[in-house]
Ligand binder design. Structure first.
Ligand code: SAM
Length: 281
């Protein structure tokens, strides 16, 4: 049964069952997995996840949907949390999920994998993703439905037209792969944008070593500040804010990067070298 969607909560419910199944096929949940679903909505993915995984913890903000899900999904390996995913204490939530999974599966001695699956509300998809990335070391992967344009930015490689701050941020933590596009008609109500599924598998360990992540991402952000400018000019414009230990022109030379290049051509490893040269060499 359909429910009147709340625009303010980014509610576009998935109604195409083939797409739901395609997502489950991509996730391939196992009994040894704990799936955290953000925004289960009317349960288009939830029941399928409950059927195949060891435990599903679903975080939903809308009380009407909570009530409906409680009525419809009654399996003991389903746990519903009424919370705002942006404000939730994620470490406590994951601790509680681990404890619950162990109670259900005392026969499995290996630790479960913590995995996130979500058709995210697009109005807060970036801040939610930023919070999830901070859980590296705990989470195994994220399978997310996002606006297609955002997925293209996340998965783009150096030199690609969509490569930018978001690509470097996500690819520092994860291997990113765009899986497939989902047309607007797969949802009700029909959104104005196209969607796509991206799978983010956390690197273990991270591909580059960075001692101060905040400073590293500040450098990346500054490097992309104006896409048409060279990397040197963008870094020069940030001197008064970032207080580099080494002048950008010298740092670029020391890291073997041509000062005339643009940030969109730099690979993650080059950003890491540049950050070290700017602050520590
Ligand atoms: N998963 C369902 C589906 O695929 O049909 C619903 C997806 S809908 C795009 C987004 C869902 O996130 C809605 O159920 C909405 O109520 C919920 N939501 C919105 N903001 C939220 C928040 N801050 N925390 C948790 N859930 C939220």
């Amino acid at each position: 049964m359909l429910m009147k969607a709340k625009k303010s909560l980014g509610q576009n419910f998935l109604i195409d069952e083939r797409v739901s199944q395609q997502i489950i096929d991509a996730v391939r949940p196992k009994i040894s997995d704990i799936i955290v679903e953000i925004g289960p909505g009317t349960g288009a993915l939830t029941q399928l996840l409950v059927d195949e995984s060891g435990l599903v913890v679903a975080v939903e903000l809308d009380a009407r949907l909570i009530e409906r899900l409680r009525r419809e999904i009654r399996e003991p390996n389903f746990h519903l949390v009424e919370a705002d995913a942006l404000k939730a204490d994620w470490n406590s939530l994951l601790d509680a999920a681990m404890k619950q999974w162990r109670e259900f599966h005392p026969e499995i001695t290996a630790a479960p994998r913590l995995r996130v699956v979500a058709n995210l509300p697009y109005y807060i998809s970036t801040p939610i993703m930023e919070r999830l990335l901070q859980l590296h070391g705990r989470l195994f992967d994220l399978t997310l439905m996002l606006q297609e344009e955002v997925v293209d930015r996340i998965a783009s490689r150096p030199g690609g037209k969509d490569y930018g701050y978001l690509s470097v941020l996500v690819q520092y933590f994860c291997m990113a792969e765009k899986l497939f596009a989902v047309p607007p008609e797969a949802f009700s109500p029909v959104p104005k944008v196209h969607s796509a599924i991206v799978q983010l598998i956390f690197h273990q360990p991270k591909p580059v070593e960075v001692t101060d992540e905040e400073k590293f991402f500040a450098v990346v952000r500054a490097a992309f500040a104006q896409r048409r400018k060279t990397i040197l000019n963008n870094l020069k414009a940030a001197i008064s804010i970032l207080h580099f230990a080494t002048a950008p022109i010298i740092a670029l030379e020391n890291s073997g990067i041509d000062a005339k290049r643009r940030a969109e051509t730099l690979a993650l490893a080059e950003f890491a070298k540049l950050y070290a040269a700017l602050f520590f060499n």
